[in-house]
Structures are given as structure tokens and as C-alpha cells.
Design a protein around this ligand. Structure first.
Ligand SMILES: [Zn+2]
Ligand SMILES: [Zn+2]
Ligand SMILES: [Zn+2]
Ligand SMILES: [Zn+2]
Ligand SMILES: [Zn+2]
Length: 288
């Protein structure tokens, strides 16, 4: 009984960061999260200390309900409140987002998990986390420097990436005779209003008789087709089979050095569903 009274006293202490407040008719306040509402009752989850309890309050006892922060606002608060190495906390936040249908926010947290997992690994193993791979368990492939492929010089162009343009190779300045006017700059056209042929300035070459090579646009070089102008042909890296990364030799991929005798590496749990909380649940109105 005494314990129950202490419990009640604690309930009246506003817990920071909680969203909804029930103002009761007798002047007391309950701060927590409204779980469900019916025409006659409001079910609220209240936090006291490190525990939580669900309580059902009759509507007739409620003066007013103060709704807490908007879901996104609360999400930001929760996210900011998390330790960057708290993997379980972030996983719980993802579940919370899903419950609240904050799917974009859930994705945001999800995208941060790999970084958080590494941070958690470092925090749990302050001495043992693997320095050579920065606790990642993987290192950049030394064979290809993380490119996944090595570049072999293209045989066709000798590595230059370009071949001289065939279209204009034999012409000076990369200019071709204009096809429309045959290089004259003008051509004859029949004018029906005059009933005879008239000399017309060639529009294709602006009267110059020459046009820029359309194949190379006057550059005189055409990109080599074998290497698409890159000069090199990629060959998959044999050391990492094109994966760009290699398993860290120091920690064999765990991200934690196993060198220390008797030191068991602590590995943060992977993608685990949060365990159901074994905390007291008072279902019913303790004031009633
Ligand atoms: Zn490689
Ligand atoms: Zn080439
Ligand atoms: Zn050309
Ligand atoms: Zn022309
Ligand atoms: Zn390592």
C-alpha cells in the first residue's frame, strides 16, 4: 500500500519530454502519452522514474486535455536526445516512427543506423575496436584503391582516348567543303516569281563554302570507341573481386580486435525488435 502511494506521488511529477497533459477536475495533472480514447475514458501512459504505467481515466474526472507537441516536433526532440552511439535507442525510435506513421522519419533514422552501429561498437569496446579499419571490419582494397577495377591502357588509341577524326583527317583546319553549295558559298535556285534561276547565298555555310566537320565538331579528334574516350579499359580488380573493399585482416571483419587475451568483444545487437518492457501496468483508475 505504501508503495502504491509513492507511485501516485511520482505520477504527479511532470516528466520532461512527454507529450500530453490531462488536467483533472481535482486540480491534479497527469503528463504522459495518450494511448487511446473513448467517449467515456482516456487511456494514458505515464512515465515515472524509469518505469511506465498505463492508466485509464474517466472523462468525467478530466477538466481538459492538453495535446502535446506535433509528432514531427516530438520526433526531432527524441532524435536530438539520443546518444549518437545508442543503437537500441535508434532502433526503438524507428519502431516509434512506424507506430506514428512517420515513415520518412523512420527512413531517416534507418539510414543513419550503419554509422550508429560503428559508433556503438567503439563505445562498447573502447580499447578493442579495430583501429586499422576504424571499426568498420572492412578496409579499402589496396589493389585497386577502392575503385573496384583497374584501368588498362586502351590498345586502340594507345591510352590517349582519342583517334584522329576520319571525316576530316585529310582536310586543313578540320573544315569540309559545304555539301549544299559544293564549296562555292552560293548556289542557283529557281525563283518562281522571277521565272528564272537566281544566285542564292548558301545558308548552310553562311556563304563561306566550308563547314566545320560535323563528326568531330572541328576538334579533329574523335573519341575512341573502344574506351569511350577514357584512354583506359576497366579490368575488374582481382583482389577484391570488384567489391572495392576487403575484409579487415586485423579484426577478420568484426571491427573489433581479438588480440586481447580473454577479452570478449561486445557486439551491439543487430536489428533486434525491442523487447517488451517488463514494467508495471496499472489498468484501471487508481484514483477511483
Ligand atoms: Zn580491389
Ligand atoms: Zn581507346
Ligand atoms: Zn572531323
Ligand atoms: Zn555552302
Ligand atoms: Zn579491422
Amino acid at each position: 500500500m505504501q508503495r502504491f502511494l509513492i507511485l501516485l506521488l511520482l505520477l504527479l511529477v511532470p516528466a520532461f519530454g512527454w507529450a500530453d497533459i490531462l488536467h483533472l477536475k481535482d486540480g491534479r495533472q497527469l503528463q504522459g502519452k495518450i494511448l487511446s480514447e473513448t467517449a467515456t475514458e482516456v487511456k494514458i501512459e505515464v512515465q515515472f522514474g524509469r518505469s511506465r504505467a498505463a492508466m485509464t481515466i474517466a472523462r468525467k474526472d478530466i477538466e481538459k486535455i492538453e495535446r502535446g507537441a506535433l509528432p514531427d516536433e516530438e520526433f526531432r526532440k527524441r532524435l536530438e536526445g539520443l546518444d549518437p552511439a545508442d543503437l537500441a535507442g535508434h532502433q526503438a525510435l524507428i519502431e516509434w516512427c512506424k507506430q506514428k506513421k512517420l515513415l520518412d522519419q523512420a527512413k531517416l533514422v534507418q539510414s543513419r543506423l550503419p554509422v550508429i552501429e560503428i559508433a556503438a561498437r567503439k563505445k562498447l569496446n573502447p580499447e578493442a575496436w579495430c583501429r586499422p579499419c576504424d571499426a568498420l571490419g572492412k578496409t579499402v582494397c589496396s589493389g585497386c584503391e577502392g575503385q573496384g577495377a583497374l584501368s588498362k591502357p586502351c590498345q586502340r588509341c594507345g591510352g590517349s582516348g582519342g583517334l584522329s577524326c576520319r571525316t576530316c583527317a585529310l582536310k586543313e583546319d578540320g573544315l569540309l567543303d559545304c555539301r549544299r553549295c559544293g564549296g562555292a558559298g552560293t548556289y542557283e535556285r529557281f525563283d518562281p516569281t522571277k521565272g528564272r534561276k537566281v544566285k542564292t547565298r548558301c545558308g548552310d555555310c553562311s556563304g563561306k563554302g566550308k563547314i566545320e566537320c560535323p563528326t568531330c565538331k572541328g576538334k579533329r579528334k574523335a573519341p575512341c570507341k573502344d574506351c569511350k574516350g577514357k584512354g583506359g579499359v576497366p579490368v575488374p580488380c582481382e583482389e577484391c573481386a570488384g567489391k572495392k573493399k576487403m575484409t579487415c585482416k586485423n579484426c577478420v571483419g568484426s571491427g573489433i580486435s581479438t588480440g586481447g587475451a580473454g577479452q570478449k568483444p561486445k557486439i551491439p545487437p543487430k536489428e533486434e525488435k525491442p523487447k517488451p518492457r517488463k514494467k508495471p501496468v496499472i489498468d484501471g483508475d487508481p484514483f477511483g
